[in-house]
Write a protein that binds this ligand. Structure first.
Ligand SMILES: [Zn+2]
Length: 502
């Protein structure tokens, strides 16, 4: 590995001095990024000392120190004029449920839910509601993404899974917020098999995080286990399976239940700041446009109940892998011929809480959003082996697609253009920037082979098993890292890329 690097560096120096075109030389001079390069960062970032990289934890401090240290070594700089160099504080409000009660009545008679079947979160320090009528709302939205039922003053019981009648419809957090905006007094989300109940309780059940200043949720929110929901439906004379089936229609209007609920909830409300890490590689000939690389540094922290041997969700693949790639990409771009345009690097916080760090950046950008010619997000990249075709989430702008195709082809990659990858478009930080008009792409092999991706998502994903190990496939990640170096060079090259789609 060292020998190859040395040869490449020497070759680069030779070409730069003898070739009239430093551009052409630099494009071929970047030392390949290796599996070992990536593994070295992942082992550290996903180590137990980083405690699963939860926002606001000691693990955050370690994570940030590591990223800043590596990016500084790579030659990146703090964004000029920042009051907090390298860091963008992101203010959060966290509510942690201390205790809560839910008492249901069906047709006026007490109905007891199994103790373990409900998780409650109060919006404020103390909440008390009585006689709230219950309505099952299915996915909570219709085919156009609008709230599908009258929920004002009511308890809306909503399904967790994505609505099956559209691929651009909001995910559960956004749907829960829409119901709150529509006046729901309480929103309970029916858990799904995709997230084990224990994991849900540990990761999102007891704590809720939102951006300070963001719209508040319903006074009471929480989760119902599938079994608890079915028991309530049955007592109310409904069949859970039939309700779920009916909800699959885009025109579903919900079903009022002959049930009411009383809620009390006490919560500890804490304001704290987490941080996005932001850095800049100043361009050699800046023209007012910039390239933005981003990936989330955060993960789920302690995610397993007390008493278990391994309580840490280390997030090796999700997303120590992406941060490792961004560190090595910064090193290559910082070292070779300096790109024309400014290149920004952003490591976001609280992606796992709903793209919150990226949303904050999109609302408080350190560079005008209109100047960002492309945002390239790197997330969950250690999935596929070398040779996997390149898929692009966010494809569809011909001029951009052409650059990706040309760069990938030059590196000997083939392209996957079936569009399957777009199923994940809302599940990644680029979505927050795309919503504000920034062309955001996620390019690489991890979202190309759906069998490999699904195998990860249905096993180690968001669990304590997402640990670093030599078994994690890094060949595809290394290839995708090289691809990002080349994409960075292409989009930052004023002669090669004019900076807009038109
Ligand atoms: Zn994740």
């Amino acid at each position: 590995m060292k020998a190859i690097f040395f040869r490449a560096a020497v070759a680069a120096a030779a070409l730069v001095t003898t070739s009239a075109s430093a551009h052409a030389a630099s494009a071929s001079a970047d030392a390949p990024i290796t599996e070992a390069d990536l593994a070295a960062h992942m082992r550290i970032l996903a180590g137990d000392a980083f405690e699963g990289r939860a926002p606001g934890s000691d693990g955050e401090d370690r994570t940030i120190a590591y990223i800043v240290g590596e990016w500084a070594k790579a030659g990146l700089e703090a964004v000029p004029g920042s009051a907090t160099p390298w860091l963008q504080p992101v203010p959060f409000v966290e509510t942690e449920a201390l205790n809560g009660t839910a008492k249901f009545k069906v047709r006026g008679r007490d109905f007891a839910l199994a103790d373990d079947g409900i998780l409650l979160n109060g919006r404020d320090a103390s909440v008390s509601l009585a006689g709230v009528p219950a309505v099952f709302v299915g996915y909570g939205v219709d085919g156009a993404g609008h709230v599908n039922a009258d929920v004002r003053g009511k308890l809306a019981i909503m399904l967790f899974d994505n609505a099956p009648f559209g691929d651009k419809l909001p995910r559960y957090r956004e749907r829960r917020q829409l119901l709150a905006d529509a006046g729901a007094a309480a929103v309970l989300v029916i858990a799904t098999d995709a997230v084990p109940w224990d994991a849900l309780r540990e990761s999102v059940g007891s704590k809720a995080m939102r951006l300070a200043g963001a719209k508040a949720g319903a006074p009471v929110s929480g989760f119902l286990s599938g079994a608890a929901a079915d028991a309530l439906f049955k007592a109310a004379g409904q069949d859970g399976a039939a309700l779920r089936a009916a909800a699959k229609s885009p025109g579903y209007k919900g079903a009022a239940l002959p049930a009411t609920a009383d809620f009390t909830a006490q919560s500890a409300v804490r304001a704290f700041a987490s941080h996005n890490v932001v850095a800049k590689l100043p361009g050699a000939r800046p023209d007012g446009k910039a390239v933005l690389f981003l990936g989330h540094w955060d993960h789920l922290g302690l995610c397993v109940p007390e008493g278990e041997a391994d309580r840490i969700c280390n997030g090796a693949v999700d997303n120590a892998s992406g941060i490792a790639v961004l560190i090595e990409v910064a090193k290559r771009l910082g070292k070779g011929a300096r790109p024309d345009r400014d290149i920004y690097f952003l490591a976001t916080t609280a992606e796992e809480k709903g793209l919150l760090g990226a949303r904050w950046f999109a609302d408080h950008p350190v560079v005008p959003l209109g100047a960002i010619t492309v945002a390239l997000n790197v997330d969950t990249i250690a999935i596929s082996p070398r040779g996997t075709p390149v898929a692009t989430i966010g494809r569809g702008k011909p001029a951009y697609d052409a650059v990706v195709r040309e760069v990938a082809t030059k590196l000997g990659r083939t392209l996957d253009e079936d569009g399957e990858a777009d199923a994940f478009i809302q599940r990644q930080d680029g979505w927050a920037l795309g919503a504000k008009g920034v062309t955001s792409l996620m390019v690489g092999g991890s979202f190309s082979d759906m069998k490999l991706l699904e195998a990860f998502l249905s096993s180690h994903y968001h669990s304590a098993a997402d640990n670093f190990s030599d078994k994690i496939p890094l060949g595809g990640a290394a290839e995708d890292a090289d691809l990002h170096v080349a994409l960075g060079r292409a989009f930052a090259d004023t002669k090669r890329w004019r900076g807009t789609e038109k």
